[in-house]
Ligand binder design. Structure first.
Ligand SMILES: [Zn+2]
Ligand SMILES: [Zn+2]
Length: 88
């Protein structure tokens, strides 16, 4: 098995901190750490596909933040573009 993934921004390598928060907007307005739930809002259960970086403010697919040590390629999936808004 491949072990725990490294989580960091695919654009700038920013590592999300435990106290970082994202907001479910437009949506239910819940603020939470999206990496604790793999992008699923704990307030309404919406699964966000894209996550905005708190450091560089670029938007990347949520799964692109997970970097697995075995270098496994993630399949490219075209999905609806939901974007989380940085909450700080
Ligand atoms: Zn970034
Ligand atoms: Zn929500």
């Amino acid at each position: 098995m491949s072990g725990e993934p490294e989580i960091h921004c695919p654009k700038c390598s920013y590592r999300p901190a435990a106290e970082d928060r994202w907001a479910c907007l437009p949506g239910c307005g819940t603020q939470w750490n999206t990496f604790w739930t793999h992008g699923v809002c704990p307030g309404c259960g919406h699964a966000w596909q894209d996550t905005q970086c708190l450091a560089c403010l670029k938007i990347s697919p949520h799964r692109a933040w997970y970097h697995y040590p075995d270098g496994g390629e993630l399949p490219e999936i075209e999905e609806e573009s939901d974007i989380e808004v940085a909450a700080r």
